[in-house]
Write a protein that binds this ligand. Structure first.
Ligand SMILES: Cc1cc2nc3c(=O)[nH]c(=O)nc-3n(C[C@H](O)[C@H](O)[C@H](O)COP(=O)(O)OP(=O)(O)OC[C@H]3O[C@@H](n4cnc5c(N)ncnc54)[C@H](O)[C@@H]3O)c2cc1C
Length: 445
């Protein structure tokens, strides 16, 4: 049965995030937006209360939260101030490739760095000539003995000025298009790393966006994340995992705009009645509310699929496309509900309209999301195809279950056959204990 009830822990987390967004973020959001103030004080507080690095596994000092819980937090951050929210959440984007593909040593060092102290990391994929089409990137990594030497420039990097390390994508086989890209961890204090430019942006002005250059930067060969030339896959897997959260932030912006517009429509009197009494306004509010609700459902679905170990590329792109476009539409409508006052900086909704625009651009534009969705619809993969991690976990669980059954005195071939049959029926999310229980039942028959 489909059940949208949150656990008590999820409700508490949402409450914590909401209270933080209301008391700490909104307090400074409009002021920090004005001058593009770096929100270090809010970062410090968010780190202290545990609202950052929420996906880092417990083994590396994080809380290892599920994806749905992460989305509950990100919606509140978007509601509070998506500029500050983007700053707080960027570690998640930068650290995801390490969690997915890093060696044990790399995970310990670089995931641990974020959980032990108030450090920041940035994700460096985009280049001046390679945005939507990352295969055109020019940054190169050349292997020299036990080092790689990285040269190139990355633009629009969130938190770039303040990051302690970068996850950098570079060509290791320049002739091979997206099949020649590899991912690396690069410490920000290495010789040759420089921050070239801080962008002056339309919206999300409290977030930092910078150009980072790498001039013959030498890094140890073990800072390669995963395998050489598999960086593109790692980047796509990363985005499948971060898009639910970004989409949740877009839902938060839409929800904030809806709430402001609703309140204003009850107060503003024209033609002798509050404007909320005019059906044209009511219909706008109804559409805004519907988009918030529908966006949230797509977000939750895309997150729950990940939590169940099922590949979510299509649904996470649907969530991002719909929630981002909806946030923009809702914010524009909120300005309309406010009339001329909506255009004035003294009122809250013009900031939301500027902030919402970036949701249709970063982490894949709305056009690129449509390309992903269209590909998945026109060339569908098997329904419920597992994620690579789920496949690896399932293989390990099956192996452990067979060993446990053999330990209980069953023959290896019978135990292996029983576990193989059961894993095929039960799917990739099945844990070792469940496999052993089902295997015992089958063998006892
Ligand atoms: C504030 C901000 C923060 C960012 N943070 C990061 C970050 O932390 N790390 C990082 O690596 N990047 C980051 N980015 C980069 C962002 O992801 C890119 O801007 C985005 O992917 C689009 O690339 P582009 O700007 O080069 O646009 P382009 O790729 O040049 O696209 C221009 C237009 O053409 C459309 N288009 C392109 N190709 C197609 C196609 N095949 N079919 C249809 N339409 C198409 C696009 O949708 C868009 O409308 C950030 C950007 C901004 C503005």
């Amino acid at each position: 049965m489909v059940d949208f009830t949150l656990t008590d822990e999820q409700k508490d987390l949402r409450e914590l995030a909401h209270s933080f967004a209301e008391k700490e973020m909104r307090r400074v959001a409009w002021e920090y937006d004005k001058d593009g103030t770096w929100p270090q004080d809010i970062i410090d507080m968010a780190w202290e209360v545990g609202l950052m690095n929420t996906h880092i596994p417990e083994a590396y000092g994080g809380p290892g939260l599920d994806y749905l819980s992460g989305c509950l937090i990100e919606e509140e951050m978007g509601w509070g101030c998506s500029g500050i929210g983007t700053t707080l959440m960027a570690n998640g984007l930068a650290s995801a490739p390490i969690t997915l593909g890093g060696s044990e040593e790399t995970k310990k060092k670089y995931l641990g760095m974020l959980t032990e102290d108030k450090k920041l990391a940035s994700f460096c994929l985009t280049e001046p000539d390679a945005g939507s089409d990352v295969s055109g990137m020019k940054t190169k990594a050349v292997k020299k003995g036990d080092k790689y030497v990285i040269s190139g420039s990355k633009c629009f990097i969130t938190n770039g000025t303040y990051a302690d390390y970068f996850t950098v994508y570079a060509k290791t086989d320049p002739e091979a298009g997206h099949r020649g890209i590899s991912a690396f961890v690069v410490d920000a204090d290495l010789p040759g790393v420089s921050v070239d430019k801080k962008e002056d942006k339309m919206g999300q002005r409290a977030s930092n966006t910078a150009t980072i250059s790498f001039d013959e930067v030498e890094i140890p060969a073990e800072n390669l994340i995963g395998e050489e030339n598999k960086g593109f896959k790692l980047a796509m897997m990363t985005l499948d995992r971060t898009r639910p959260g970004v989409s949740a932030m877009a839902v938060g912006i839409g929800r904030a705009a809806l709430e402001y517009a609703t309140e204003y429509s009850k107060e503003r009197v024209q033609f002798g009645v509050p404007i909320a009494m005019h059906q044209a306004i009511q219909f706008m509010i109804a559409d805004m509310a519907t988009k918030v609700e529908a966006g949230r459902l797509l977000v939750w679905n895309s997150a729950v699929m990940l939590d169940q170990g099922v590949r979510n590329s299509k649904v996470s792109s649907m969530a991002k496309r719909f929630a981002a476009d909806s946030a923009m539409e809702i914010a524009v409508d909120a300005v309309q509900v406010y009339g001329g006052y909506g255009f004035i900086k003294e009122y809250p909704v013009e900031k939301l309209m500027r902030d919402a625009k970036i949701m249709q651009l970063y982490e894949g534009t709305s056009q690129i999301q449509r390309l992903v969705i269209a590909k998945e619809v026109l060339l569908p993969r098997a329904v419920g195809e597992p994620t690579p991690e789920a496949e690896a976990n399932a293989a390990k669980a099956a192996e452990d279950a067979v060993l446990a059954l053999v330990g209980l005195g069953y023959g290896q071939p019978q135990a292996a056959a029983a576990v193989a049959r059961i894993s095929a029926q039960l799917g990739p999310a099945t844990e070792t204990a469940a496999l052993i229980r089902a295997g015992l039942k089958e063998l006892a028959r």
